[in-house]
Design a protein around this ligand. Sequence first.
Ligand SMILES: Cc1ncc(COP(=O)(O)O)c(C=O)c1O
Length: 552
Amino acid sequence: MKSLDLTSEARMSVEMNGFPAKSDPLPVKNGKKPSTNGHTLNAEIHQNGTLPTPKRAKESFEQVPIYTAIMTYLGFYILMFLGYVNQMFFSPKVARETNREGYTPLYDQFERFYLRYVYRRVKDCWNKPISSVPGAEVVVKERVTHDYGWTFEFTGRETKCLNLGSYNYLGFAESTGKCADDCIKVVEDKHGLGPCSSRHEYGTTEIVQNLEALTAEFLGVEAAVVFGMGFATNALNIPTLLSKGCLVVSDEKNHASLILGLRLSGATCKVFKHNNMKHLEKLLREAVLNGQPDTGLDWRKIVIFVEGIYSMEGSIVHLPEIIALKKKYKAYLYLDEAHSIGALGPRGRGVTDYYGLNPKDVDILMGTFTKSFGSAGGYIAGSKEIVDFIRVNSHAACYASAMSPPVAQQIITSMSIIMGRDGTSEGLRRITQLARNTRYFRRRLHQMGVIIYGSDDSPVIPLLVYLFSKIGAVVRTLADRKIATVGVGFPATPLMEGRIRFCLSAAHTKEQLDYALDTINEIADELGLKYSKKPRDPNPILYETDDLSGVE
Ligand SMILES: Cc1ncc(COP(=O)(O)O)c(C=O)c1O
């Protein structure tokens, strides 16, 4: 087995006393000290003090019509009122805590009420068990409720549905083919399923080391470290890098795993409006000018936290401007590429590839293997110094089991295919197919007159239905027509912005997309979802087929 490849300082610390190395790989960077990345203020990026205005795909966030907004609030308050009445007269069919006098309640009162009397009405639309690989199609197990959503029973029937609900962007969630074969071989020939140990003990297999080297090469940075769970990659590594006295400037739409990591770290967090560069700059400027609120001391570090593609909004981060701001204010940048890695960029290498930026301009690249790679786990990548520090100090490396070998193999094989290492253009074909599916699906939805959010290049497509009751109606009607989708409502979205989220895949064919689009069109007429006031394209939307030169 190869050595762990730590920096000499990190290795000495591990080898000599078994305790983590303490040197901080993110030195003080708070807008006042000299930059560590060699850039001076307003250098090559913004010579005249203005931020660059890079080219990017159109983005749409059409406002909700006023009548719909009123109806949405009204509908929600009626639901709440009915819930309170229901609660007064009928006892809930749930287990009750007894003999708890003197104890503080275990559950938040509003949360409990909301789950029982509001969410229960549409509960059948979530938590649907499946019994197949989540490919272009998925087999959904049928359930039935005889008591208005308190409990569910399986009917024994299963339905094969078109899958618009899984994050299988490049179609690598497959139970046959090269990925599956390689994974089976890894289990049978050598490694079995589980490492049964953490990275700091006996969990560092050569297969995981190979994956780390390949991930670093794929991302175009010095080093990468991988973990068994994407959520934990954020939640457990952010506290390794940040602590009290650090300031985080975080996009308001950031994922729960980032927020949990930030809370655990003890850093102070300021939230900027989604993708709003003016607001981000205002917060950075104030942070540099004012320092810490109680003492006026400079912040120890200032770190900007963003995602590549925002999974509820379908928007793409405005990375060129953010990199310019981070350089201008000497802040660090943490970029979560859970949804963008594999799915964006001409080579599938994420949002830096999409904009043609240098990945080394992002201090910490984080991503997950659960989406485009059809596997599990997450990575942190960047400079060798940062990665080594995390390798040694992270709770996820020290106290959690290492990544399972077949899980690592699935990523190695799929990533190798994306990189063309298998000697074919299959990876490029999938990337192009996803981009083409995305454009086609989004343009046809626009033409239909429904409101969708996000960037024209994002394979995450939220369709706004606004009213809470419409989320349930759309998910159920689509399920009846054998289309599996995900509904999203309050509290995951603002009260007024209930939506259905479609996730596209390279595995989808044009025929499948046409079936989904025709069905959505019918449902949009039946349920009154055509809220858009934008002019519609009168011409037929063509499925681009002429841009695959060189692809077999
Ligand atoms: C932005 C973001 N980060 C992290 C995660 C957590 O990753 P995982 O689901 O792989 O645990 C998700 C999950 O969807 C996500 O959307």
